[in-house]
Design a protein around this ligand. Structure first.
Ligand code: GDR
Length: 324
């Protein structure tokens, strides 16, 4: 039986990947910081199928112990501090978790078993003030937040461990990827959740930042499939994972509210408190390399993604209304 360790298994990407690997017959081990908390946040259907183990990104001795005990063939690192609006908060904490911890994990692999294949969740935030659009694996990195800098440190360490120590270590440069499991702090879920609340009479308005901000939004399930594909070939490499399309926050509102038969202009207000400056060069990925080498392509369209999220929020909130 093949085995994989996923850090950040309680999060959106970790849980989608765990489901995928279980469907492929893997033994899945989830590295978590707090077993009880993890058990409380994971979908119950998944909880019975994975083994959870304490994996503290700040404790290298523990990482080595866990790798020695489980000897996974694949290690996916989705553990990260990630909150759009929090990209500037706690720079040293972000540096530890999103940056240094990755060097520790790579070093633990080097010490325990260099055959363990590693995939790091890198981020389009590393492009920051991008110099060109769309961005590819060759575009230069200009991060503009502590989050982007920490992710870039990790990204470059993956490359170093691949080149210097011959590890099978890859980085997926992930553009925004969403799903019904997205946290409410991110703009996609904030919109689908609040639109559903408004439809059900549970809220009256939605305050957002810049409606003209644009992102390359894909479906998280499609992106974790690509991370699995990345660990299967003979050669390790880095890949941009993106749809190649951008949409504005305004289009997102139009789509979500429109699907519910509402006009977003009647409910959405711009609020300078959550305003972030728009990038001069749009963040949009060119995933030609992944498409050609891994034969990967995103399957869920922007519209279908929005509908999937709105439907989920409507179902969830309707149950609450009935209970109350
Ligand atoms: P992002 O995601 O910062 O791109 O990071 P987020 O959903 O927070 O923002 C997307 C865009 O929407 C604009 N925006 C708002 N954002 C939020 N959160 N709340 C609002 O009210 C709002 N109004 C407008 C933002 O300014 C931005 O332009 C995500 C995270 O998953 C990171 O961890 C990951 O690395 C990157 O995507 C790729």
């Amino acid at each position: 039986m093949r085995s994989a360790l996923i850090t950040g298994i309680t999060g959106q990407d970790g849980s989608h990947l765990a489901e995928l690997l279980i469907s492929k017959g893997y033994r899945v081990i989830g590295g978590v910081r707090d077993l009880q908390k993890a058990a409380g946040t994971m979908p119950s259907t998944l909880l019975n199928k994975v083994e959870l183990v304490i994996w503290d990104v700040l404790d290298q001795t523990r990482m080595i112990e866990v790798l020695r005990h489980y000897r996974p063939e694949e290690l996916y690192n989705f553990a990260a501090s990630s909150l759009g609006s929090g990209m500037y908060e706690d720079p040293s904490g972000i540096g530890e978790v999103n940056g240094l911890a990755v060097a520790r994990a790579l070093d633990a692999i080097r010490e325990v078993d260099t055959n363990i294949r590693f995939c790091q969740a890198s981020s389009s935030e590393m492009f920051g003030d991008a110099t060109e659009s769309p961005q590819t694996e060759k575009t230069s990195f200009q991060p503009r937040s502590p989050y982007g800098v920490a992710k870039l440190y990790a990204h470059l360490m993956v490359r170093i461990y691949r080149q210097r120590y011959g590890l099978f270590a890859c980085a997926a440069i992930l553009f925004n990827h969403e799903s019904p499991r997205r946290g409410l702090g991110f703009v996609t879920r904030k919109i689908t959740y609040e639109a559903a609340k408004i439809k059900l009479g549970l809220a009256k308005e939605l305050r957002l930042g810049n409606l003209d901000a644009r992102r390359d939004w894909g479906f998280a399930g499609d992106y974790v499939s690509a991370t699995w594909l990345m660990l299967q070939p003979e050669q390790a490499d880095d890949y941009v994972l993106a749809t190649g399309e951008t949409h504005s926050v305004r289009e997102l509102c139009e789509s979500a509210f429109g699907y519910l038969g509402l006009d977003y202009r009647d409910y959405v207000r711009e609020d300078s408190a959550v305003y972030r400056p728009v990038e001069a060069v749009p963040l949009v990925g060119d995933s030609q390399k992944a498409r050609e080498t891994l034969h990967w392509a995103p399957e869920v369209s922007f519209r279908d993604l929005v509908i999937m999220m709105v439907d989920n929020d409507m179902r969830m909130l309707s149950r609450k209304v009935v209970v109350n």
